[in-house]
Design a protein around this ligand. Structure first.
Ligand code: NDP
Length: 268
């Protein structure tokens, strides 16, 4: 039996044990995957204790940067994202990966049928979630990646940091004028249930409006986008797809995800 966990604080709400149990059942893999309440201020103590016999851990809020420091070795995505959501024990070394960006790209392209190549992408937000998705979107040959954030200086910093790797630029939220092919809400505004002050012109009939947040009801961002004629999606598929990528890192096989997304949605 191999041991896995998701470490966060709070953690009771996490769907990850259900998702990994569903994946494991597809391959008859026997595993234990638990929710672990991380020690705020001492993530390393929680992780050290777990990895005495653990094989892999997912890491969620507020520990993704602590996990970056905890890992002995980092993937390219984790380095550039400045955050780790997947830790793996490999012959005494702890490897840190970030599968959030790949999860988002897979969900958008495979589950929502929206290829990113040649597309104009707008990312709202400049926090950890935004940072983690820029490189994976750029790898799909998006035509442009515009970053707009409430605090404009943070968008400028992020665009500058990724300029070498991605067609990324920053724009002031209030002065956005183009219509985008894909608009991604990477802010935590939906968590607070508040609408973001966005110009309607960013949405066209062909736009996919994607909120990284997920809930039982469409988020305020999704409602606003839908009222302006777009197709909308929430971040539940991203959650399941990032888990699938972690599962592949740990077990060497990629699970079927669509049925799992449907099952988890019924539990929301
Ligand atoms: P951070 O705290 O790092 O960043 C928050 C961002 O939201 C900042 O850009 C902030 O702007 C912006 N923001 C907050 N409130 C508002 C508001 N009222 N109006 C406009 N902008 C606002 O959070 P994360 O980047 O880590 O997470 C963002 C979201 O992504 C969360 O909802 C999280 O649940 C989701 N997420 C989903 C995942 C999935 O698998 N589906 C995976 C990872 C994240 P400012 O800089 O001005 O403060």
């Amino acid at each position: 039996m191999k041991y896995f966990a998701v470490i966060g604080n709070p953690i009771t709400h996490s769907k990850s044990p259900d998702i990994h149990a569903a994946f494991a059942a597809q391959f008859d893999i026997d595993l234990s995957y638990i929710k672990l309440l991380g020690n705020t201020g001492d993530f390393a103590a929680t992780a050290d204790n777990f990895f005495e016999r653990g094989t892999g851990a997912n890491v969620t809020l507020p520990f993704k940067e602590d996990a970056l420091r905890f890992a002995d070795k980092l993937s390219e995505d984790a380095k550039l994202a400045g955050a780790v959501n997947t830790l793996s024990w490999q012959n005494g070394i702890i490897k840190g990966d970030n599968t959030d960006g790949v999860g988002l790209v897979t969900d958008i392209q495979r589950n929502h049928g929206c290829e990113l190549a040649g597309k104009k992408v707008l990312i709202i937000g400049a926090g950890g979630a935004a940072r983690g998705v820029i490189l994976p979107i750029a790898r799909q040959q998006a035509a442009s990646i515009t970053i707009a954030n409430r605090t404009h200086t943070k968008a400028l910093d992020l665009a500058k940091q990724f300029a070498e790797f991605a067609p990324a630029t920053a724009a002031e939220m209030a002065s956005l004028q183009l219509t985008y092919d894909v608009v991604i809400n990477a802010t935590s505004a939906s968590l607070a249930g508040v609408e973001i002050n966005l110009p309607k012109s960013i949405f066209g009939e062909q736009t996919l409006a994607y909120d990284m947040m997920y809930a039982h009801e469409p988020t305020p961002f999704m409602q606003f986008a839908r009222a302006n004629g777009t197709t909308v999606a929430d971040g539940l598929g991203m959650l399941v797809e990032q888990a699938a990528k972690s599962f592949e890192i740990w077990h060497g096989v990629f699970p079927e995800t669509r049925g799992v997304i449907t099952d988890i949605r019924h539990q929301l």
